[in-house]
Design a protein around this ligand. Structure first.
Ligand code: RBF
Length: 353
């Protein structure tokens, strides 16, 4: 009996000693699993809502993401082009998210937070980052919107300077134009008003001829629209039309009129015709934000607006084609405006979307 009691006591002691150790071992195993999950290589899905080639804003999206991924050992990314049929975008995006493979889904344009809203509801663990778009307060989403009013105002200001000038091809009519691929809130509330107000800051009697292509690829249609505007007296045309833009370059070249271009340095695509380029530092922004995502430093639930003062929105004044195309006195006036916006002495807030 006594021996049994000792044995039982010993067993209790052994259990008391071992149990916490076993529990601890279990906890350690869990921690290992967590570490393994943390160590799992970062995977990014880059969703291009359209086609990459011909749209600098998308080319920069892919470039910036690739740079960040290349710098991260083991990380990888997949680029998925959604194509030009916007009715298919949500379905194509869903099939990417449904794989559950991607730590972050990255996309670019103002419609994408809304295209993704239901998908985010169905997949509550999926994180999304949107550039060139705005959504605030959604816990799965972080967004970055450029101050497109500023970019458009700077381009419109140069269009105003051109149409009131005696530059070759500029006529006495105070008419400028804008050719856009499609209408969307950021275009109607930020870009078109910015372009018009920039021009009217030069001369308040300037009028804006506004035309819509209907898609992001039809260069022939864009060319026809440009011709009809130019025939009506327009001598400076802004173009926001992705792959359709070269149609406007061609028509303006034939008629010796001028083009203003958004998003990137495109002067060399039509020297002497493209008189002004805005730029968004999308590759830089995407590089930074993907690097943050890899390091778990993105603040989801936030919407950030980036201004010219922050260095992410620009008007390009140092390109040789700009200097060759636009006379020095006009460049000086344009520089004054750009400097005022960069320094903050002229504040052009983004109107609400
Ligand atoms: N910009 C492009 O350059 N290429 C495109 O294919 C393109 N597709 C767009 C589709 C939608 C639904 C929206 C709302 C915008 C699109 N944009 C595109 C415009 C882009 O977001 C941005 O506003 C302009 O490039 C001017 O910076």
């Amino acid at each position: 009996m006594k021996g049994r009691k000792v044995l039982a006591t010993l067993m209790v002691i052994v259990l008391m000693v071992l149990t916490p150790a076993l529990m601890f071992a279990g906890a350690e195993a869990d921690a290992d699993a967590d570490n393994a999950a943390e160590a799992k290589p970062f995977k990014l899905a880059v969703i291009v809502p359209g086609v990459t080639a011909g749209s600098p804003i998308y080319e920069q999206l892919v470039e910036g993401a690739q740079k960040a991924i290349d710098e991260t050992p083991g990380a990888s990314m997949k680029v998925v082009e959604l194509g030009f049929n916007q009715a298919e975008w949500a379905e194509k995006m869903t099939s990417v998210v449904a794989t559950g493979e991607y730590d972050v889904v990255l996309s670019s344009n103002p419609s994408m937070p809304f295209v993704s809203m239901d998908i985010a509801g169905q997949f509550p663990d999926q994180k999304f980052i949107f550039v060139d778009g705005f959504i605030d307060g959604h816990p799965q989403m972080a967004s970055f919107l450029y101050n497109q009013f500023e970019q458009s105002y700077m381009l419109g200001h140069l269009a105003g300077l051109i149409t009131t000038s005696d530059m070759k091809g500029a006529n006495a009519d105070l008419k400028i134009g804008i050719i856009v691929a499609q209408e969307y809130p950021a275009l109607n509330k930020l870009m078109v008003p910015g372009f018009k107000q920039g021009a009217q800051a030069v001369n308040e009697n300037i009028t804006l001829d506004y035309r819509v292509v209907g898609n992001w690829y039809d260069a022939n249609k864009a060319s026809e629209l440009a011709k009809s505007m130019i025939d009506a007296g327009v001598d400076a045309i802004g173009v926001i039309a992705g792959g359709a833009a070269p149609g406007v370059f061609k028509e303006s070249e034939l008629s010796e009129t001028y083009v203003l271009y958004w998003d990137d340095n495109a002067y060399a695509q039509a020297p002497g015709v493209i008189a002004g380029c805005g730029a968004l530092l999308q590759a830089q922004l995407v590089y930074e934000v993907v690097t943050d995502a890899v390091n778990g430093e993105v603040e989801y639930g936030t919407g950030t607006i980036l201004n010219t003062r922050d260095g992410y929105v620009k008007f390009i004044t140092d390109d040789p084609n700009y200097i060759a195309t636009v006379p020095a006195d006009i460049r000086a006036k344009q520089q004054e405006l750009v400097d005022a916006i960069v320094s903050g002495s002229l504040i052009l807030d983004t109107p609400a979307l």
